[in-house]
Design a binder for this molecule. Sequence first.
Ligand code: TYM
Length: 327
Amino acid sequence: MRVFSGIQATGAKHIGNYIGAMRQYVETQEENDAFFCVVDLHSITSDYDPQDLHDRTLDLAALLYAVGLAPDKCTLFLQSHVTGHAEAAWLLSAVTGFGQLGRMTQFKEKGEGKDFVSAGLFTYPVLMAGDILLYQTDIVPVGDDQRQHIELARDLAERFNSRFGQTFKVPRGVFPEVGARIMDLQEPTKKMSTTGGTPQGTVLVLDPPDVIRKKFKTAVTDSGREVRYAPDEKPGVSNLIEILSVASGTAIPEVEASYDGRGYGDLKGDVGEAVVQLFAPMQERYAELRADEAELRRLLRVGAEKARETSAPTLADMYERMGFVRP
Ligand code: TYM
């Protein structure tokens, strides 16, 4: 199956990104033809610093290899290296409803209370749909917050197919069973995010071990003692249980059972330690990969070449079916 997913270049990557998305990338590259994209073009839709975009893009590429993406098993590339993504977004805008974009919750959330809301923030989901559709994608591994965007991509594929003739495969989102929505450790009713969350409640993949332990130690829970998985009733504790389940490879009921007669203090200590162990080898690999920028850029050039070759026929079909005279 063809797999495609994208991740924003800017913003430090956190354990929500790892559990909700990166972990699935690493799994799906094994048995599928997988494409992963650092979506740098998406990063200019909110206020950003050019130097930061530049550095973070390379940081993220190194991090993705460090968490386990292998150059010989998948294709990793930068979105701006394949100009077809920007072209596809423009072409797809012809079949996108203005009202449909206005209903996107992410647009509403990110635009709320801002002095300046860019047109790019509004059209962002069209670019994302193009990313996916250009690759005749079967499955899109993502976290829960991308559901509405995937629905839009499916919708645009169907509308384009019926208006201009069969062109795109209609993709399907896949969401992890555990950890599709990791919550902020300080405000466990909000999803973990570097833009909307609290710094103390956001655990970064590259946080030093002591910082990770401290963030978990000070995580907000309810006033009870019972370690039980009940997201609506006990969001803080349930979030910690999910993280421990993933970090230790133990099913949720077993995690619950192992805390019989023990309290939240033990749970917080154990999650912190499990996450430190999970990230330690990744942090080590990251430091090595990031230090060799020439090699990193070489790998990204190879990825872009493959991505260009794979997406070009679909882009050509789009132009042709829409009536453009080809050069
Ligand atoms: P982005 O960069 O915000 O997030 C990258 C991935 O991380 C997941 N994620 C989470 N999962 C669980 N808990 C959380 N708290 C959490 N926060 C983030 C996201 O669901 C995502 O899978 N629009 C996309 C990027 C994109 C894309 C695409 C994705 C652009 N084109 C094509 C898939 C296919 C975004 O901003 O993700």
